[in-house]
Structure formats: structure tokens, C-alpha cells
Design a protein around this ligand. Structure first.
Ligand code: 9MR
Length: 440
């Protein structure tokens, strides 16, 4: 009876409770994003802000998980050349040196962009703007010559309808400015890959995507130097990952350029968000010329849109379900429960002054299963006083409970069951930890 009451309460609590999902991964699988991507021949990178490098959790997460770095703002025109021909390298070098010190690659972002442009640029006439643009490219690329893997040479030059954005560069220099920038960039650092970078070019049947595609097609046909296209990947519910994303990446790659996911962040939470991150990762894995993925920040707390919680680590640097999905996908799985597999999710469903109820949902993968097993580890001096809908067994310490079915082992593909338990807190309110779920 206590079980029925707890499970009913759990339906309400589940709406707000954070879920911890543990999916089975092969024992030999890489345990970080950077290592897992490297095993697939790709990089996994992140945008970094110099101001956070002194925060130990931030830097520990950065160093552990990522193998490529983009400066979130520090290599932009206003940061590097606030006055004409007067360059400030301090914050950009701080990021660059940190990354190189860790053996990470560095992406350069960005040379020619209408935004974060110092005021003096807007006041220049045509010939002065042309020489200022070429000088900026020469100085900035020259500063790190041979040491930056790819540069976003031109950023966001198109409108949504596929026309050219009416920037100061477009107004003064005309359509040819993009080509001029790429030619100058090739001369300034012949070893860097030169990318055109933009957002909303993910859906193949979209005017802006088509316009950028035609430009790249024209450049490659005429021998204008271009090596890669950056797909920023800022997705949200109004602008979700399109179903033909894979087609888009593949069609650009067929032009003979690399493709890179350069600023990935996806609004949302839980499995809905994880699903979209999984889709992006699968698409990059499926296109040989997709070099890698960069997420636009380490933690939700410093995201440029923090309310969207769009990144892989939460504000406390905990791995989110989206992280697990990306890692599992990079490790060769689909990121979804596979045949004969199951996943487990924990929720606290009720709490009193001395105890709480926990509920674990066991979900079958893409095949039916006839039995399952998972572990629940509590923290001493906690004690489990009751369980329901499962058959428990205990290790000698009394803190690790292995749970097997109690008449609820048969699950159709994707179906779930739940078991529950009451934990006497004895002063310790640490949430139980789940082991991997195994099934057959
Ligand atoms: O994340 C960057 C944020 O800190 C800046 O305030 C903002 C200013 O424009 O730029 C953000 O980064 C942008 C990137 O440079 C280009 N693509 C869109 C990104 C998000 O706005």
C-alpha cells in the first residue's frame, strides 16, 4: 500500500524533479567528449571567455572534456583593434596560451563581421575601409600565424531571405568584399583553414542556406580560397534542428569544403534537449568532411542566453542528459538504448522529516526485454526501510542495493516500469546513485 501512495505522489513530483539518467556504454568507451570525438577522427571544442579561466571548476571542466577552443569574444575586431592599427592581444593571448598549453587546437573567431565592430571602422570611406580590413586580417592572422587551425574569415554576411546583409563592408566595398577578405586571409596565414560562418543555414530548403551554398559553389568554381563552412547551430523550440540537417552538411561537403559545427547550443532540458544534441552529433559523424563540433560555452551559467540552459553542463558543472547523449553517440552507439538494453531514471517522490521515497523508472531499449537489473547506492548512515515493485539484494556494507524484477521484468520496446523504496535519512539527505541498467 505504501508503494501505491508513493507512486501516485511521484507523478506530481516527477513534473519538477530533476532526473538522473544512466545509459549503458561499452566498457572500453572513451570517457570525455574530446577523447571520444578524437577516436572518430573529429574534434570536440568549446567557446571560452578569458574572464572565467580563474574559476577552478570552469577550467577543470574545460581541460578535461575539450580538445579545441574558440574565444567567445576576445578575438573579435572591437577587442583586438579598438583604435585603428592599435592592437590589444592580452585577453586573446590568455585564451590562446591556455589552450595551446593544454595541447588543444584553437579556432579563430572572427575577422570580418558587422557586429562588435569598433566605431572608427564605420567612419571610413571605401579605400580606407578596404585597407583597414586587409590590415586587420594581416595583423590578427599574422599574430598567431601557423598556430590556428581554422579562422571564421567572414561571419554572418547574409540576411534570412538570402540577400546580402547591408553591413558597412557591403555598403562601401560591394559584393566583392567577402572574396577580398578570403584572398587576404590565405596570404596572411596559408596554414589556416578559411571558413565562412553563419547561423540559420542548417535547413537545406531555406533561402539563406541556398544563398551561402551558391556563394561557396561560386568560390570553389573560380578558385577563390575557401576551405570550410561553419554552421553555428544556435537552436531553440522556434528554430529546432531541421530534419534535413544531414543533407545540408553533406551537400556543402560535396562542394569540396569541410564543414564544422561552430557555436552549438540548444535551448531546453532533459531528454528533449538530449535528442537534439544527439541529432547534431550523428549528422557530423555521418559526414566525413565534418571536422568537429564546438559548443558555445562550458556551462549554462555563463551562456549568452542562460535562461535557455542550452549547454552540456549545468550551472554547477554537472553533466546533463545532453552530455550523456553526445558522449554515447561519439562512442559509437546511437545514444539511444540499444537492443537488449535498458536505461534507468531516478526521482525523489516524497520527503518527510526523517525519510524520503525514491522511485526508479526502468525503460527498455529498442528491443523487448524479459529481465533487468540495476544498482542503487545510498550513503551511510542512510538505510532502506521498505521497497516495492522489485526484488532487492544487498552487498555486505548495506549501501548497495541490486534490484531485479518482481513480476515486472517483461517490457516491450521503449516500455517502462518503476520500483520504489524508502530511505531513512539518519541525518544524511544525499540522493541515491544509480548504476548502469543491464537487460536481457
Ligand atoms: O556569445 C557572444 C556574446 O558573449 C556576445 O555578447 C555576443 C555579441 O554579439 O556575441 C556572442 O557570440 C556570437 C558569435 O560571436 C557569433 N554568432 C552568434 C553568437 C551569439 O550571439
Amino acid at each position: 500500500m505504501i508503494g501505491r501512495r508513493a507512486l501516485t505522489a511521484g507523478v506530481v513530483a516527477a513534473l519538477s524533479a530533476a532526473a538522473l539518467v544512466t545509459a549503458a556504454t561499452p566498457a572500453s568507451a572513451a570517457t570525455t567528449l574530446g577523447a571520444a570525438a578524437a577516436e572518430r577522427g573529429k574534434y570536440f571544442g568549446v567557446a571560452v571567455a578569458a574572464g572565467h579561466l580563474g574559476e577552478s571548476d570552469y577550467t577543470a571542466t574545460l581541460n578535461r572534456e575539450f580538445r579545441s577552443v574558440t574565444a567567445e569574444n576576445e578575438m573579435k575586431w572591437d577587442a583586438l583593434e579598438p583604435n585603428r592599427n592599435q592592437f590589444n592581444w592580452g585577453n586573446a593571448d590568455r585564451i590562446f596560451n591556455h589552450a595551446r598549453g593544454q595541447g588543444m587546437a584553437v579556432r579563430g573567431h572572427t575577422l570580418v563581421w558587422h557586429s562588435q565592430l569598433p566605431g572608427w571602422v564605420g567612419g571610413l570611406d571605401t579605400s580606407n575601409l578596404r585597407s583597414a580590413m586587409v590590415n586587420h586580417i594581416n595583423q590578427v592572422m599574422g599574430h598567431w600565424r601557423g598556430q590556428i587551425t581554422a579562422w571564421d574569415v567572414v561571419n554572418e554576411a547574409f540576411e534570412e531571405n538570402g540577400s546580402r546583409r547591408n553591413s558597412v563592408f557591403q555598403q562601401r566595398l560591394g559584393d566583392g568584399y567577402i572574396e577580398e577578405a578570403f584572398r587576404a586571409a590565405r596570404a596572411a596565414d596559408p596554414n589556416a583553414k578559411l571558413c565562412y560562418n553563419d547561423y540559420n543555414i542548417d535547413r537545406w530548403d531555406y533561402a539563406k542556406t541556398q544563398a551561402v551554398y551558391r556563394m561557396v559553389q561560386d568560390f570553389t568554381a573560380r578558385g577563390v580560397p575557401i576551405d570550410c563552412v561553419g554552421f553555428q547551430g544556435h537552436f531553440n523550440s522556434g528554430n529546432p534542428l531541421p530534419s534535413n540537417y544531414h543533407t545540408t552538411l553533406g551537400n556543402f561537403a560535396s562542394l569540396g569544403v569541410d564543414v564544422q559545427i561552430t557555436e552549438l547550443d540548444i535551448a531546453g532540458s532533459g531528454q528533449t534537449q538530449a535528442e537534439q544534441f544527439r541529432g547534431v552529433t550523428q549528422a557530423c559523424l555521418a559526414v566525413a568532411r565534418c571536422n568537429g563540433i564546438t559548443v558555445w560555452g562550458v556551462t549554462d551559467k555563463y551562456s549568452w542566453r542562460p535562461g535557455d540552459t542550452p549547454l552540456l553542463f549545468d550551472g554547477n558543472y554537472n553533466k546533463k542528459p545532453a552530455y550523456d547523449a553526445v558522449l554515447a553517440t561519439l562512442n559509437g552507439g546511437t545514444g539511444e538504448p540499444g537492443p537488449g538494453s535498458c536505461t534507468v531514471t531516478y526521482q525523489e517522490t516524497n520527503r518527510w522529516g526523517d525519510r524520503f521515497n525514491g522511485q526508479v523508472t526502468v525503460r527498455a531499449g529498442t528491443s523487448a526485454i524479459s529481465t533487468w537489473s540495476t544498482t542503487v547506492t545510498i550513503t551511510s548512515p542512510q538505510r532502506v526501510s521498505t521497497t516495492w515493485n522489485g526484488t532487492p539484494s544487498w552487498d555486505s556494507s548495506g549501501t548497495v542495493m541490486t534490484m531485479r524484477p518482481n513480476g515486472n521484468g517483461n517490457l516491450a520496446p521503449g516500455a517502462s516500469t518503476s520500483f520504489g523504496f524508502t530511505v531513512m535519512a539518519n541525518g544524511n539527505w544525499t540522493a541515491p546513485r544509480l548504476g548502469a541498467c543491464t537487460a536481457s
